[in-house]
Every structure is written in structure tokens, then in C-alpha cells.
Write a protein that binds this ligand. Structure first.
Ligand code: F6R
Length: 240
């Protein structure tokens, strides 16, 4: 594991963006999976700025959405699709055919899983995956003690995930289910980057990186990943 502890959120975001840009420049045509949530928003801003400065071509790779709230589509403030499209793909002018999203409004979620699996396979599997870490140690919607099936699946959301979800929405949304790329598929990514900021993440970061790997803390299962980079701000790193 390569660990970077940066001074603040801004520096964390810049460092992670530089790692991603470096990967893209070395691996045109690769498939990337970028987490939604609040943590990567600064990374997206830096990547877009780097593209404007001619330092990376974000249209030279493909993208797979990590996860989605079942029942939410682009129109819903806080859906993963809206967050990613509005904060990254559209701003970066990424061609729509380079991105595959889960359709949270689809009637057949099994079919959505198979479509994503096909997208992953057709693009040679994941090259780089950027992950935020939930307050319960989840990655994507791989919840504590969740499935270790390969591929993609739907999950019953953990109580902490449901509680935390309110921060993304502009109204009360009783989300119960998520659809996600499974952790084994994410683990098969050639490179994985974890990012986290803020002191509220410090205890779960410590558990994820330094306590024995356990399905109770899904992020901890990545300790053995052959190419894991962790980028933290000082607050998130205060217990490591
Ligand atoms: C988002 C996702 C989640 C978040 C995690 C951290 O697509 O899959 O696993 O990465 O919950 O969320 P934030 O960054 O909002 O703290």
C-alpha cells in the first residue's frame, strides 16, 4: 500500500487527481470506475482543470459507474448518476458513449447487473478504481458483511448508509436498496485509489487500513490489493 497524507482536502484532491491523470496518460483505452459521494468532488475539479491545461485527455478512457440508489434516476438530486454527470462527465465533456451507468429506475435490476458486467468485460476489466469509504467501511454499496459474489448485484442498504444518505438529497427519500459493482470485481482492478477526508472518517480509516481484514469492514479487504494507493487529508489520517 502506498499512503499519502496530504495537508487538507484540496491537497488530497490534487494528489488523487494527479495519480488518476498519470494512469490515464499511460493507459489510453482503459476502463475507470469513479465513486460518487462527496469525497471525490475536488478530485473531479482537479481532473477537469488538468484537462483544460492539456495535462490529460479524459476522453481517452472509458468509465463504469460504481453504484446507484435503486429507484433514483438522473432527475433526482443526490442520485449517483446526477452527481457524476453534473460534476464530472458533462463538465469534462466526456462523450456519453464512453460511460456506462446503472439505471436506478429500471424495472429489471438483474438485467442492469448483467449489462454492467458485460460493459466491464468488453473493456478488458477495470483498470483504475477510485473509491470513497463510507462511515461503516463500505465501498460502493458493498455493505458490511455483504455478498462476495463476483460481478454486480443489488443489496439491502445498511442502516448507517441509509442514515448518511440524507446528506445527498434535497428531500426525504426512503432508500432501501442499492445496485453496485461487487467488491471482488473492484478488487480485480489493476489499480485502486482510496480517498478520505475529515476527522469523522478517521476511526473507519484506521480500521480499514490497520486492523485485520474482515467482511465487517469491506474497505479492509483491500489491504492485500497489489496496487492500492491511499490518499488522506491530515484529519482522516489522525489515527493512522
Ligand atoms: C458513492 C459510494 C459510496 C461513497 C462512500 C463515501 O458512489 O459508492 O461508497 O464513496 O459512502 O461517501 P462520501 O464521499 O460522501 O463520504
Amino acid at each position: 500500500m502506498q499512503l499519502f497524507i496530504e495537508e487538507d482536502y484540496e491537497a488530497m484532491s490534487k494528489k488523487a487527481a494527479e495519480c488518476i491523470a498519470c494512469f490515464i496518460n499511460q493507459n489510453p483505452g482503459a476502463l475507470l470506475c469513479l465513486a460518487g459521494g462527496n469525497t471525490p468532488l475536488g478530485v473531479f475539479e482537479h481532473l477537469i482543470q488538468m484537462q483544460q491545461d492539456g495535462k490529460v485527455e479524459l476522453n481517452s478512457v472509458y468509465y463504469a459507474e460504481l453504484d446507484e440508489w435503486v429507484g433514483l434516476g438522473y432527475e433526482e438530486v443526490g442520485s449517483c448518476k446526477q452527481l457524476l454527470a453534473d460534476n464530472f462527465y458533462n463538465k469534462a465533456q466526456i462523450q456519453w458513449e464512453r460511460v456506462h451507468y446503472f439505471d436506478g429506475l429500471a424495472t429489471d435490476m438483474e438485467a442492469e447487473c448483467r449489462l454492467m458486467e458485460r460493459w466491464l468485460a468488453d473493456h478488458g476489466g477495470l483498470g483504475l478504481t477510485l473509491l470513497g469509504i463510507g462511515m461503516n467501511g463500505h465501498i460502493g454499496f458493498n455493505e458490511p458483511n455483504g455478498s462476495d459474489a463476483r460481478g454486480c448485484f443489488t443489496v439491502q442498504l445498511d442502516e448507517i448508509t441509509k442514515e448518511v444518505s440524507a446528506k445527498y438529497f434535497n428531500k426525504v427519500l426512503p432508500v432501501e436498496t442499492g445496485i453496485t459493482i461487487g467488491w471482488k470485481e473492484l478488487y480485480s482492478s489493476k489499480e485502486v485509489i482510496f480517498i478520505a477526508n475529515g476527522k469523522q472518517k478517521a476511526p473507519i480509516i484506521q480500521k480499514s487500513l490497520y486492523e485485520a481484514p474482515t467482511a465487517t469492514v469491506p474497505a479492509s479487504l483491500f489491504q492485500t490489493h497489489p496496487s492500492l494507493t491511499v490518499v488522506l487529508d491530515q484529519e482522516a489520517a489522525c489515527k493512522v
